[in-house]
Design a protein around this ligand. Structure first.
Ligand SMILES: COc1ccc(N2C[C@H](O)c3cc(S(N)(=O)=O)sc3S2(=O)=O)cc1
Ligand SMILES: [Zn+2]
Length: 260
């Protein structure tokens, strides 16, 4: 894994140079060293209540595909875990590689996964809008779920079937009635740490919750991700792959685990 990591890092100077914020002390993603994580018995189980009717549309934002939700009410929220209050689901998206040997943003004991799901939530108690929450300390909570190559994922397939409609940058397609909790593993175990957005503006406003157990997807489903394009219609095609940020230093942070 480390060799492919070095290779993948060398292949992607863009991500290395463009996305390094000066003076950051809590940047993401990180390599989670299982043995250095600290079990915190005060961490509660994470509670997830998503209403499938709050799903709005899928769009290609030029570095991933994103599924947006109606966040004007508390219909789709998470609570518990390390959180003092509830957080509203705003969007989810993925990061993936050109090949199965890499693609995730976080790593566990230097193990990379072919892809990683991010469910982005914001704190409606501390902030009056998502845009405001992005700039707030711990204004956002992102749940990270690793994807590994394995069985076909029936819930994901509904999403995959819509991807050809958003092949190009800025394409958008209506996507109603989808419950993203089908993408979250039932195992309750997670790690949590204070970090940042992994794309610009890289703000240090994210409480990360990384699920220990990956979900399984099959090769065809990963290949469908790789058929998307970074480029707009009419431009020279660039396949949307390797849209992950390199690992960032842990610095003075502790990763807590919800499990022994
Ligand atoms: C300044 O305006 C904005 C700033 C940020 C964003 N977002 C889009 C980003 O792609 C992005 C990436 C996230 S990740 N990989 O989970 O760390 S979370 C997130 S976002 O939804 O906050 C939208 C508007
Ligand atoms: Zn992300």
């Amino acid at each position: 894994a480390c060799s492919s990591y070095r290779l993948r890092d060398a292949l992607h100077p863009l991500w290395q140079s463009e996305f390094s914020v000066s003076g950051g002390t809590r940047q993401s993603p990180i390599n989670i060293q299982w043995r250095d994580s600290v079990y915190d018995p005060q961490l509660k189980p994470l509670k997830i209540h998503y209403d499938p009717d709050t799903c709005l549309y899928i769009w290609n934002n030029g570095y991933s595909f994103q599924v947006e939700f109606d966040d004007s009410t508390d219909k789709s929220v998470i609570m518990g875990g390390p959180l003092e209050n509830h957080y509203r689901l705003k969007q989810f998206h993925f990061h993936w590689g050109a090949i199965n040997e890499w693609g995730s943003e976080h790593m566990v004991d230097s193990k990379v996964f072919p892809a990683e799901l991010h469910l982005v939530h914001w704190n409606p108690v501390k902030s009056t809008s998502f845009e405001e929450a992005i700039m707030e300390n711990n204004g956002l909570v992102v749940i990270g779920v690793f994807l590994k190559l394995g069985a076909h994922h029936a819930g994901l397939q509904k999403l995959v079937d819509a991807l050809p409609a958003v092949k190009h940058k800025d394409a958008i397609v209506e996507f109603d009635v989808f419950d993203p909790s089908c993408l979250v593993p039932s195992c309750p175990d997670y790690w949590t740490y204070d970090g940042s957005l992994t794309t610009p503006p890289l703000t240090e406003s994210v409480t990360w919750i990384i699920k220990k157990t990956p979900i399984e997807v099959d090769q065809n489903q990963l290949e469908e991700f790789r058929m998307l394009l970074f480029t707009s219609a009419g431009q020279e095609e660039k396949r949307m792959v390797d849209n992950f940020r390199p690992l960032q230093p842990l610095m003075n942070r502790t990763v807590r685990s919800s499990f022994r």
